[in-house]
Design a protein around this ligand. Structure first.
Ligand code: ADP
Length: 328
């Protein structure tokens, strides 16, 4: 196995072309169409919004699209654009066809967001300079660019902003077979020799998330170095992941805390989002849009009109008997 040089690997791990981006087939099909059409029309891509939990590939898709269009990508985030001047500063460095990626776009302040509307629609920005009698506005004409917004909290986007995107794409957690391929691809890049059963085990334990695949693989690689294993077998994966307390279903600490809290503090539920958020010490929105979707998809909890309830799978997971009244 090669020596680890993590920052170099980090960039190499990011798929560079749509063909290398595994999974999210529906979104990819749409993007192929948009890229083809944009090239024929000699127009920039329309503005795009990617939503979904962290680590599923939103930033990666922005990188890929800018490469497909032979354009540059500038990266910023909602909280970083705290003044209209910051937005103007970055927009005026763009050239035609370039991409501006705004991460956490739901955190843009309202005034900055309002400056963004004409920038997105008509590629112009009217900036007010000075105050009082000297106040005047100057118009900045911008190059035709593509805005790519990313958000984990699509529900927080205002309607005027949302409606200015040509296409809204929700990224889903990856399926097991897709994750196996991602594990195998990342292992090749990290120069790890991993057999199929071991790769499948990593895929099962990554919470449906490619970023977690890469984190787990790096840990497993370090573990293998330290223990002198040349090849990654199922035993190596099991031992390495046991050491960092990643359980057989891949649930992380917050996942387990949520299940334990509903079971032990709220007697299995129903519990409202706010009370649950306070009890686990997490922001309600993050809880709802980052942590819960995976637990719901995997059948550990359900949302009901009365609040969140755990299912028998959660009791099995925590190895406690469900109350006899609990019927699924
Ligand atoms: P997000 O922006 O949604 O938080 P990123 O685009 O930063 O997620 O993805 C995290 C990492 O996961 C990337 O560096 C990349 O290596 C990997 N990754 C994401 N999506 C895929 C995919 N579909 N195939 C392979 N690797 C992926």
């Amino acid at each position: 196995m090669a020596q680890p040089t993590d920052s170099l690997f980090e960039e190499n791990l990011r798929p560079q072309k749509l063909d290398d981006f595994l999974g999210q087939e529906k979104i990819k099909e749409r993007l192929y169409i948009l890229v083809q059409a944009a090239k024929i029309k000699k127009e920039p891509l329309p503005h795009l919004l990617f939503s979904g939990p962290p680590g599923l590939g939103k930033t990666t898709l922005a990188h890929i699209l800018s490469k497909e269009m032979n354009a540059s990508l500038k990266i910023t985030s909602g909280p970083a654009l705290d003044k209209a001047a910051n937005l103007a500063g970055i927009l005026t460095t763009l050239e035609s066809f370039d991409f501006l990626f705004i991460d956490e776009i739901h955190r843009l302040s309202r005034p900055v967001e309002e400056y963004l509307y004409p920038a997105m629609e008509d590629f112009r920005m009217d900036i007010l300079i000075d105050q009082g009698p000297n106040a005047r506005s100057i118009r900045l004409n911008l190059p035709k660019f593509t805005l790519v917004g990313a958000t984990t909290r699509v529900g927080l986007l205002t309607e005027p902003l949302r409606s200015r995107f040509g296409l809204i794409n929700r990224l889903e957690y990856y399926k097991l077979e897709e994750l196996v391929k991602i594990v195998q691809r990342s292992s090749r890049i990290l120069e790890m020799e991993i057999n199929e059963v071991a790769a499948r085990e990593v895929a099962k334990r990554c919470r449906g998330t490619p970023r977690t695949v890469n984190h787990l693989l790096k840990w497993i690689r370090d573990y293998a170095y330290a223990k002198g294993h040349q090849k990654i077998s199922l035993n190596v994966v099991n031992d390495a992941l046991a050491m960092i307390e990643i359980d057989e279903d891949g649930l992380d600490e917050m996942d387990k805390k949520i299940l334990e809290t509903i079971v032990y503090k709220f007697e299995g539920g129903p519990v409202g989002l706010q009370s649950l958020a306070v009890a686990v010490g997490e922001d309600p929105g993050t809880l709802e849009e980052v942590h819960e979707p995976y637990l719901i998809m995997e059948g550990y909890i359900k949302r009901t009109p009365q609040g969140r309830v755990v299912t028998t799978r959660a009791y099995e997971k925590l190895k406690v008997a469900p109350p006899s009244a609990q019927v699924e």
